[in-house]
Design a binder for this molecule. Structure first.
Ligand SMILES: CCCCCCCCCCCCCCCCCC(=O)N[C@@H](Cc1ccccc1)C(=O)O
Ligand SMILES: [Zn+2]
Ligand SMILES: [Zn+2]
Length: 478
């Protein structure tokens, strides 16, 4: 029962229909955005020239937004942008739409077309950022620009927060915007950021696509493991070296999965609300997790994407050691990235890690860490959740089920947890197992049709946020 109860029934006043000229302009605007290589390499190394150019670019392609009297534009942390769209009814609590302009690096190798070309081929716009996350950034602004061109004035105020360093922490973008809004005493009804999607083909028995609205996201630890020993001549090596000790430690970590936490977080809710979409007997199994929980949890462990939904994951991401081929290495370092299950904490995971490594020669340095995010409401009174659900029903009528779930990646929205209890991570886009691999991978691309649909989604969503609340029919009547 993913869809239920409350609904903002008033249909959008302005139909989401765009002229051929507008459709051409919107895809060209996205291509131009992809061509600006706003790459974040590390918190200290961003392509600041490209970020500055990107700031100019959005003001050129969306002129109406930046000259509208009820919209305030501020640049925060040099390259992030905060737009405050003042609604006509100050009694309505504002909300916030989010996206980020930076992208992960994209070496040319392996791409069908150069990653910063923004080329259109076979109905797709290709390039880094087409799914993560210039599509969202441009679609939010595009939808607002089109609404303003139709003389739209919102009732409910909203913010648009566009971070520039999401891929490397969000500390100079989202975190600073959040601090500014907090200092201004802003409290938000809800936030919508990137995160989950409309999933298609992820579960073998499930033929229909379904949407997950991310009501929480996993915590994270970046841990450096280090071993130091005296260097020396490689012709008379000691029994163990820093490399051997560290390799054994990280291998133990990789081979020892963190405990399966099935049944203790939002996943149970996800599966119960999806159950009716499955054929017999999976529908009965998922509706009776009190009995079949252990069976389902073992099944989910078998695939590495669903495994990430049932436990804290451990990824060995960097390993450095050695100075010369005939020198015993004085130091070896490894970086491990943990994504913490919503039912665990940073401290619990660190305790487990120390027990698994169980070697005093290995030092631990926590570089960054945060606990899993609180679970946002998904009940009938949860405004943000219900608005997303309603807009999905309108724009994607073939998506019969919308369910709350966890986001396994991290988003800038975590920096705003002080401003609202309602954070929803959702991209109005289809992903398949294949397209999922293009996110941070190669051949990232979006179909022109999918991008237009994303603009349509936001065009309706912004209007739906203004409408009055009325009771909605039950899901199965829809
Ligand atoms: C019932 C089964 C359903 C199947 C569900 C399949 C789940 C697939 C989930 C796909 C989610 C993809 C995540 C996208 C959003 C992540 C955005 C991102 O890349 N964030 C970075 C941010 C970061 C954080 C910390 C340091 C640097 C960067 C990340 O690494 O998480
Ligand atoms: Zn992203
Ligand atoms: Zn990303």
């Amino acid at each position: 029962q993913g869809l239920k109860d409350q609904k903002h029934q008033k249909a959008p006043q302005i139909p989401s229909q765009f002229s051929p000229g507008e459709r051409l302009a919107m895809k060209e605007a996205l291509k131009g955005a992809i061509q600006i290589p706003t790459v974040s390499f590390s918190p200290e190394n961003l392509n600041t020239a490209a970020l500055a150019q990107f700031g100019e670019y959005i003001q050129t392609v969306f002129p109406t937004i930046f000259k509208t009297s009820f919209i305030q534009h501020e640049v925060i942390g040099e390259y992030s942008h905060l737009l405050t769209v003042r609604g006509s009814d100050p009694s309505l609590q504002p909300y916030m739409l989010m996206a980020h302009s930076d992208v992960v690096p994209a070496p040319d190798e392996g791409w069908e077309v150069p990653p910063f070309s923004g080329l259109e081929r076979d109905g797709f716009i290709h390039g880094r950022g087409t799914v993560d996350n210039k599509n969202s950034l441009m679609a939010i602004l595009q939808a607002l620009e089109l609404l303003l061109n139709r003389n739209y004035i919102p009732r409910r105020s909203f913010f648009i927060a566009l971070g520039h360093d999401e891929e490397v922490s969000g500390h100079n973008g989202a975190q600073k915007i959040s601090a500014l809004l907090q200092a201004r005493g802003v409290k938000l009804a809800f936030i919508v950021d990137e995160g989950d999607f409309i999933f298609d083909g992820f579960i073998p028995y499930l033929k229909k696509p379904f949407a997950i609205l991310g009501v929480s996201e996993k915590g994270s630890i970046n841990l450096r493991l280090q071993v130091n020993m005296s260097p020396g001549h490689s012709s008379a090596p000691p029994k163990e070296t820093t490399i051997g000790v560290l390799a054994a430690a990280v291998s133990r970590l990789e081979r020892t999965p963190m405990p399966n936490m099935f049944g203790r977080g939002p996943l149970k809710m996800t599966l119960q609300q999806l159950a009716h979409e499955f054929p017999f007997p999976a529908n009965i199994i998922l509706s009776n997790l009190w009995l079949f929980g252990p069976l389902v949890s073992r099944y989910m462990e078998r695939n590495y994407i669903t495994n990430a939904l049932v436990r804290t994951t451990v990824a060995l991401t960097m390993f450095n050691a050695g100075v010369k081929v005939n020198v015993i290495p004085p130091v070896a370092q490894a970086m491990v990235n943990f994504r913490i299950d919503p039912a665990q904490t940073v401290q619990e995971v660190l305790d487990l890690v120390k027990n698994i490594v169980a070697d005093d020669r290995v030092q631990f340095h926590v570089l960054t860490a945060f606990d899993p995010l609180p679970i946002s409401p998904s009940d009938s009174q949860a405004l943000g959740y219900q608005l997303l659900r309603q807009t999905i029903q309108s724009i994607f009528p073939e998506v019969s089920t919308v369910v709350p779930g966890i986001c396994i990646g991290n988003t800038d929205s975590r920096h705003y947890a002080n401003l609202t209890a309602g954070i929803y991570r959702f991209n109005p886009l289809y992903v398949t197992p294949q397209s999922f691999h293009s996110i941070h991978g190669i051949n990232e691309k979006i179909s022109v049709q999918a991008y237009e649909t994303q603009v349509k989604f936001l065009f309706e969503f912004i209007q739906n946020a203004d409408a009055d609340q009325e009771p909605a029919p039950h899901q199965h009547e829809l």
